[in-house]
Design a protein around this ligand. Structure first.
Ligand code: FAD
Length: 314
């Protein structure tokens, strides 16, 4: 049975690898040119994957990708799903690939599409117009270029405060503003409060933000007080990549949670028979690479177990 897997991050790669060992035929559809998912851009060490201490997210992702591309399977990069119809055991996916349009017949589908950084239309437009506004944490500019600068970070979670500490160590003056209260883990909050280069402000969203036409600096206004920043970092967390579900026939769209994640059971089954989901696109208590790898494996096992019941009904 062909299993169509959307996404070649840790969840999709693990699912494809496991499909092979369960006698299934995985076909992976990846919208980007990269294999490895969001960790491909992570220059920090992965603290949660046992067995490779000190290895950065990128190194880990490349190591997994090397294994994945050596597997006997089809992976369509730069490809996207444009329509899905049919039913469990007999789905048809319409695809746009670099080789042109094609149809894929699949017995099961696994959603492993991960997440993307949350923003607002205004901040997204600012980020389009200047490299001094950066949405999301995984940026080489943050790693390499921001030095001796005034930085405004919007957000109150782990990423916001982790980056405040990272930038303060590199000679920057950082103000972190959150809409409500800081939700970052307590050690980050304590370290930021103890650091004279970091100012934490809760309930402090700027009233307005704009780019100065003359020098491309960011001007933030709180009432009559205007402050200029060299950089603006937006760390609002992540949203699940479920846009592809709009291409699914309405009866094939799985139930989403209030936060927009795909709802799954312990076998990674969605509300639609024959459609599974794994990794960060699902409602997961602790999103991480090991979690995504495990969920990809479970989804493959579930597809294999369910296949006989779907293909040979009582
Ligand atoms: C800043 C940051 C730091 C982190 N640090 C760690 C850490 O130290 N340790 C750790 O274990 N975890 C860490 N994580 C979490 C970890 O990165 C994720 O849990 C993990 O990558 C989830 O894997 P995934 O396969 O579900 O999704 P992703 O890695 O996001 O991969 C999803 C893939 O699907 C593709 N895709 C999206 N939409 C479509 C579509 N419609 N069609 C086809 N393909 C599509 C994407 O291009 C991507 O390749 C971190 C996350 C972030 C954001």
């Amino acid at each position: 049975m062909i299993v169509a897997i959307l996404g070649a991050g840790p969840a999709g790669m693990s699912c494809a690898n496991a499909c092979l060992s369960f006698g299934l035929t995985p076909v992976v559809i990846e919208q980007s040119g990269e294999i490895g998912g969001i960790q491909h851009g992570n220059f920090h060490p992965n603290l949660w994957l046992l067995g490779a201490p000190g290895e950065t997210g990128r190194e880990m992702s490349e190591r997994m990708a090397r294994h994945f591309v050596a597997l006997p399977l089809t992976c369509l990069r730069h490809s996207r799903v444009t329509a899905v119809h049919g039913a469990a055991g007999n789905f048809t996916l319409e695809l746009e690939t670099p080789a042109g349009k094609q149809s894929l017949a699949a017995g099961a589908i696994v959603l492993a599409t991960g997440t993307h950084p949350r923003d607002t239309p205004e901040l997204a437009a600012m980020a389009e117009n200047t490299e001094r506004v950066i949405v999301g944490p995984l940026s080489e500019t943050i790693r390499d270029d921001i030095r001796q600068a005034r930085v405004l970070i919007l957000g109150g979670g782990d990423n916001a405060l982790d980056h405040a500490l990272f930038l303060a160590e590199r000679g920057n003056q950082v103000r972190v503003c959150t809409r409500r209260v800081f939700s970052a883990r307590q050690p980050f909050q304590d370290a930021c409060q103890a650091n004279p280069s970091i100012e934490l402000r809760d309930r402090c969203t700027p009233d307005s933000l704009h780019i100065d036409d003359e020098d491309a600096r960011i001007v933030a206004a709180w009432g009559p007080i205007k402050v200029r920043y060299d950089w603006l970092l937006v760390m609002f967390g992540y949203l699940p990549n479920t846009g592809v579900l709009a291409t699914f026939e309405p009866v094939l769209r799985p139930t989403l949670s209030a936060s927009g994640h795909v709802v799954v059971d312990a076998w990674q089954r969605t509300s639609i028979t024959g459609i599974y989901a794994a990794g960060d696109v699902t409602e997961t208590p602790q999103p991480s690479v090991p979690t995504a790898l495990a969920q990809g494996l479970v989804a493959a096992r579930a597809a294999e177990r369910d296949a006989s019941a779907i293909l040979i009904p009582d």
